[in-house]
Write a protein that binds this ligand. Structure first.
Ligand SMILES: *Cc1c(COP(=O)(O)O)cnc(C)c1O
Length: 373
């Protein structure tokens, strides 16, 4: 097997999606599966759909094209405002896009009319994250312009939390989004069908509240893929946190000084050898680097500690772990490490369909050549 590689357990992704869909459904909240962290990997997208997500969303049109090419026909939304050169592709591949600029929306409308179709628009509202979003006081105005634009249909409004910032949405924030939906309806006429409350950062709110107001959708990536609440960094009860693992090979191991040794002087006490030994630690070098992942977002097996990384090498302290050259280390990734690994061309992505991996029955011992640490 090649390294570095990401192994993906699709069954766990399906179960995570299923669990969230079941918990949010009774609160009137549908789940949109967000695939950007896996670059629109079609098998992961299908695993989310098997778990019952209502639809999918991604932030790059190239990822959506990849999913369409793999035969995924469900509604897919573009959650980043489309860049100008992608307008036609967005209309062709996505049913819906999230937008903040009326000029872009007008271009989407023209492209839709040229393609003989209609494109759905969701207006992203600024609610404190200070990334993309229309200021709430401008929302009615933009919404009326969207309603007047041929080729597009105003489908809903949405908010973003804890993407740029780190604060989770409050009950007050979510109540305000509900009020904004009412306001847009009162001013512009059409029913605001979708009120998308945010991302995995909103789960604590959505699962804690009995009254969710008009919020009827969340866009979930991290919670489904990693089972983690991005605000607290803690695992979400009942979800798998190990659907993905990164494997890298040890290419050097041994004892090395903690800092570069100076030319040794004659020791006052003990022998030179003893002094050097006490300063030496077990170190290993892995063939994976910043080009393949976000080294600061990795968690290593017990006994292994991160020391540093360059573009192609990762150095770990292995004083408390048994290492040998050629063995593989299994490493877990946070969202940013996952996103980087899934988009890195030199990282193999191996999908476990729950049946077989390359002829080896799942659950069978790893090949003797490869020692997992
Ligand atoms: C990435 C993203 C999401 C999903 O965020 P997670 O933290 O992965 O759940 C939702 N909405 C938008 C606009 C995004 O960019």
């Amino acid at each position: 097997m090649t390294t570095p590689r990401v192994e993906i357990d699709l069954g766990k992704i399906t179960q995570n999606a299923q669990c969230l869909v079941r918990r949010l459904g009774p609160r009137g909240i549908s789940v949109t599966g967000v695939t950007k962290a896996v670059c629109g990997h079609p098998d992961v997208a299908k695993a989310m759909l098997s778990g019952g997500v209502a639809d999918l969303a991604d932030s790059r049109v190239s990822n959506v094209i990849r999913m369409r090419a793999a035969g995924i026909a469900c509604p897919i939304s573009m959650i980043r405002a489309p860049v100008s050169h992608s307008i036609e592709d967005v209309v062709r591949c996505c049913d819906t896009s999230y937008n903040t600029e009326i000029d872009t929306i007008r271009k989407l409308g023209s492209a839709a009319r040229e393609q003989g179709t209609e494109h759905h628009v969701i207006l992203m509202v600024e609610m404190g994250d200070l990334r993309d979003g229309i200021m709430p006081e401008d929302l009615n105005d933009v919404a009326s312009r969207v309603v007047a634009t041929p080729g597009v249909i105003l489908k809903g409004i949405a908010a973003n939390f804890a993407c740029m910032g780190i604060t989770a949405p409050t009950v007050g924030d979510m109540a305000m989004l509900s009020r904004l939906a009412d306001q847009v309806e009162a001013k512009c006429g059409p029913h605001v069908a979708l009120v998308s409350g945010g991302s995995s950062a909103n789960l604590a709110w959505a699962l804690g509240q009995r009254v969710t107001g008009r919020i009827n959708n969340l866009r979930l990536g991290e919670a489904i893929l990693l089972g983690i609440d991005p605000v607290s960094g803690q695992p979400i009860h009942g979800l798998h946190t190990d659907a993905f693992a990164l494997f890298a090979e040890v290419i050097e191991t041994g004892l090395k000084p903690c800092s570069m040794p100076k030319r040794p002087e004659a020791p006052k006490h003990g022998t030179l050898e003893l002094i050097l030994k006490s300063d030496y630690k077990g170190r290993s070098v892995l063939a994976v680097g910043q080009q393949d992942t976000d080294a600061s977002g990795l968690t290593f097996p017990s006994g292994v500690k991160f020391i540093g990384a360059t573009s192609d090498h990762l150095v770990v302290d292995t004083s408390d772990a048994d290492m040998s050259v050629g063995s593989e280390m299994k490493i877990s990734m946070n969202y940013s490490a996952l996103m980087r690994s899934m988009s890195a061309p030199d990282v193999e992505k191996r999908v476990d369909h729950g049946l077989q991996i390359d002829g080896a029955v799942k659950g069978a011992k790893p090949q003797p050549r490869l020692r997992l640490v």
